[in-house]
Design a protein around this ligand. Sequence first.
Ligand SMILES: [Mg+2]
Length: 228
Amino acid sequence: MNLKVIAFDADDTLFVNEPYFQETEQKFCALMSSYLSHHSLSQELFKTEIGNLDLYGYGIKGYTLSMIEAAMKISNNTLSIEVIGEIIELGKALLQRPIELLDGVEETLKALQGKYKLIVATKGDLKDQQRKLHDSGLGPYFHHIEVMADKQEVNYEKLLKRLEIESKEFFMIGNSLKSDVLPVLGIGGYAVHIPFHTTWEHEIISHKVNHPNFRTLDKISDVLEILL
Ligand SMILES: [Mg+2]
């Protein structure tokens, strides 16, 4: 391998994210429990969220608007202003959750620093991702943070063009096979999957990945055995 750039996904790769969304969803379902079963509420919210992705993109602000929209629909537009206010507060609380670094992240970055250009390649709201990186204390390890509109092949191709590197010089590390692994392999890069204990429904794929440029590792510090 002749690698130049090591890219890290942020959410559930560097720090905890999905469990916070799941906790928020529980609270949303509790707020709306007089209308539908927990399961149906979750499904309605997910459907609304996915339906809005093209317009809002990924991140907490779009998620908050989707909670409001789903709640209005579920209540047949009878929802009180107070409940809408509570949903907005759920979104704001999500934007202020403290950062919980995952095991081995800092030692991994420390060991790779100076040997490669390290970047963050993430989806989500720009401001929120910048806040999380700042609060995590990891900012100084990275050359820059790339907040991508989506993580499909075309988005990675644009990223490589900006970095002025070829795909075989690019190595991506992340918890999502769908977003962090498959598109990178598709354009000729290297990818490592570090599974997190829980995955957003939208990121789950049903097939196995087999590729010479691909590995699954238990923990992020295991990449050091490949990269050092
Ligand atoms: Mg992730």
